[in-house]
Design a protein around this ligand. Structure first.
Ligand SMILES: [Zn+2]
Length: 382
């Protein structure tokens, strides 16, 4: 498979990580050597890196140390929900990270409890320490007391010490950069930030890491090797088969053009944005066109830009855009759909139900896509 496609499928991952894919991850037979073609998504999303601490002492087993941080408030509530924050929990040993989407900062404690329940059940181990970034100011007194009650040691990294500049903060940055690259490349607008972050986390946990000797976080977490043959390029065109009314008495199917916007673990499905109905559809009966990005040419879809993006911490970072020929698009209102999912739980558990309108209750008539690893129904969340 050509380099460009895997690069895009992996959320604009670096060439080293991609080079190590075939040996360390299932479902990738071969990746062509990196080409020198400039990538517009990369130029946009990755403008700088936080300094990497010289030698961090690492945990020696899962859940010995968990990092947490909070991003937000975002400038836009994503399509289909009122979330403005995401809280992240990263296992120090494996690098496995999970993001929970929140309406309020105060939902972080519930998110932590969900993470704890899931992680401890999966590993049979207990969380021993939690380190919160940026001085942990996002953690309420109640949360701090909660950790105390659970017998979990709470460490706060020093905000002004670059050596301690948190692991979770760097993880959030990496995820946001991936999401920005993916959104921009797809031509999608603000409202899709949550879907992009979800997809970025899904990818990250399956991406070879230098620190892990080029294994991926899931492998370091529980020893399984994920199969990523089902990965597709975020934001690409998809022809989703929708069955016409059964009353016509025949299995007459038609393909509806939609936009691929992520993975739906637990259902072996993909998520699509239905342009006609402005809603999310889950299906696996689909044909992808990974070279086409429908949102780029839709007038109402205001593409994210550096000065105008949903992530507050990316404000004003315009110093390193080598590919700025696109310029800012006209300021057109973002077409937000009516909200079908106000009742979505405030903090999704590791395997939450997404706000989907499944338009395809019948089983697919074509062979299903390879499933997201059944061993990981809950990694990452939605
Ligand atoms: Zn790229």
């Amino acid at each position: 498979m050509d380099y460009k496609t895997w690069h895009r499928r992996f959320g604009h991952a670096g060439k080293e990580a991609l080079r190590h894919l075939p040996k360390n991850i299932k479902g990738v037979d071969h990746v062509d050597p990196a080409d020198d073609e400039p990538c517009e998504g990369c130029a946009f999303g990755k403008s700088h890196r936080l300094p990497f601490p010289p030698s961090e002492k690492r945990a020696t087993e899962p859940l010995e140390l968990v990092h947490t941080d909070l991003d937000g408030p975002m400038r836009t509530a994503p399509v289909g929900s009122g979330f403005l924050y995401f809280a992240s929990f990263i296992d120090d040993f494996s690098g496995l990270g999970i993001a929970y989407f929140l309406k309020r900062k105060s939902d972080a404690m519930k998110a932590f409890d969900n993470f704890k329940a899931w992680a401890e059940t999966q590993t049979g181990k207990k969380i021993k320490r939690v380190r919160s970034d940026r001085g942990g100011e996002y953690l309420s007194n109640e949360f701090t007391q909660h950790l105390l009650d659970l017998g979990i040691e709470h460490q706060k990294s020093t905000p002004d010490s670059p050596q301690q500049n948190g692991r979770a903060e760097r993880w959030n940055r990496t995820i946001v950069e991936k999401a920005m690259s993916m959104l921009h490349h797809a031509g999608l607008s603000h409202g899709f930030w949550q879907l992009a972050v979800e997809a970025a986390v899904h990818i990250y946990n399956r991406q070879p890491m230098r620190r892990l000797k080029w294994r991926c976080p899931i492998t370091a977490w529980d020893g399984t090797v994920p199969d990523v043959s089902y990965f597709r390029v975020f934001g690409c065109k998809a022809f989703v088969h929708v069955q016409k009314a059964k009353r016509e008495g025949k299995l007459d199917k038609k393909a509806v053009e939609m936009i691929f916007v992520g993975y739906e673990p637990g259902t072996k499905g993909y998520k699509f944005w239905n342009l006609a109905t402005h809603s999310i559809v889950v299906s696996r009966d689909v044909i992808f066109d990974e070279e086409s990005f429908p949102a780029r040419s839709i007038p109402g879809y205001r593409r994210v830009t550096l000065s105008d993006n949903p992530f507050p911490e990316h404000e004003g970072r315009s110093d390193d855009v080598s590919n700025s020929d696109l310029g800012d698009l006209p300021n057109i209102p973002i077409p937000l759909p009516s909200d079908p999912s106000e009742d979505r739980p405030p903090s999704p558990p590791p395997a939450p139900s997404a706000p989907v309108e499944d338009e395809l209750p019948q089983p697919p008539l074509q062979p299903p896509q390879p499933p997201p690893e059944p061993n990981h129904p809950a990694v990452p969340p939605p």
